[in-house]
Design a binder for this molecule. Structure first.
Ligand code: GRG
Length: 302
């Protein structure tokens, strides 16, 4: 009798994530737990609460995967992986504030301002944002590479990237829009940090110009795909899956991909972007994890 193995075959992304997600969590915990005593205890607690909550760690995994695909030991990119997750955590804390999305649930737990109060949450976000840059300058061994990473992350997080995209998103209810405007918002609000995650990994691996260009194309495709999937999840999923309130985009009259083009067209665009992401990796000898995470991003349920 043939006995079938009970093991489910894992893809390259899942293998990579199983291996490195615990290391990312440990590195993030160490950053917070070894902060010098000058940091107020309550502020540290608020920073730790959101940073170490149950996130998917997509951006830090992308940093480590990009470094790996470009030929470096993934762990050499850990400071950049932590820095991008810290900027992401800050953006979520601020995004949830009453003045922004006014959410009370994030990553399956009460949002930072619900736990610590609004003022403390603003400061915890500010502290994570600024600490991210200290981590880059203090923990990357080469000052040249550290400076390059600071430039990439600052440009992605700031007015030309995530904050600018969020600003336009906030004001998108006013007036008529085009698909180009919607994609420009999503590319900056969500895609910019995803691109920074990949490019920092590549810079740390001293990637070639060709590798950098390929990763930029890949980043553009998965960044947009990530937000389209997020918009779809807000329409069709449950808070028990996503760990955050759903159905808010429609209530708030937000400009979203499915709201603008319908669910079917959005799903087709998602499939096209995933295919484009995969094709843009043709230069790499070993990038199955990046291909698989592109598929995961398009199919994820949380
Ligand atoms: C300065 C007041 C102030 C606010 C800034 C910049 C900003 C607020 C918000 C950024 C915009 C934002 C939150 C975009 C959404 C990106 C997105 C889909 C986040 C969810 O990411 P996941 O699914 O979350 O990776 P986890 O929890 O798994 O890490």
């Amino acid at each position: 009798m043939i006995v079938c193995s009970p093991m489910v075959p894992q893809d390259a992304f899942t293998d990579f994530a199983d291996r490195y997600r615990p290391e990312i969590d440990a590195a993030l915990a160490q950053i917070i737990d070894t902060l010098p005593s000058g940091c107020p205890a309550k502020l540290k607690e608020a920073m730790r609460y959101s940073l170490l909550a149950n996130g998917k760690r997509i951006r830090p995994l992308l940093t480590l995967m990009a470094a790996d695909a470009c030929g470096a030991e993934p762990r050499s990119a850990m400071p950049a992986a932590c820095a991008v997750e810290m900027v992401h955590a800050y953006s979520l804390i601020h995004d949830d504030l009453p003045a922004m999305d006014d959410d009370d649930l994030r990553r399956g737990q009460p949002t930072n301002h619900v736990m610590f109060g609004e003022g403390n949450a603003i400061l915890a976000g500010d502290a994570l944002l600024t600490l991210a840059f200290s981590v880059l300058t203090e923990s990357l061994s080469s000052p040249r590479i550290a400076a390059e990473c600071v430039k990439i992350l600052a440009s992605a997080a700031g007015p030309f990237g995530m904050v600018g995209g969020q600003f336009d998103d906030m004001h998108a209810q006013d007036g008529a829009h085009t698909i180009a405007h919607l994609e420009s918002i999503d590319t900056r609000k969500t895609g910019a940090l995803i691109e920074a995650a990949l490019l920092m990994g590549a810079v740390i691996a001293e990637a070639s110009e060709g590798q950098m260009d390929s990763l930029k194309q890949y980043a553009h495709a998965i960044g947009l795909a990530f937000q389209i999937r997020d918009d779809l999840l807000d329409l069709v999923s449950h808070a028990s899956d996503t760990g955050k309130k759903v159905g808010k985009d429609k209530d708030q009259g937000k400009l979203t991909y499915p709201g603008f083009l319908g669910i079917d067209v959005s799903k087709r665009r998602l499939a096209e972007l995933t295919e484009k992401a995969t094709q843009s990796l043709s230069l790499f000898a070993a990038a199955d994890h990046l291909k698989d995470i592109a598929r995961y991003i398009a199919e994820r349920r949380q």
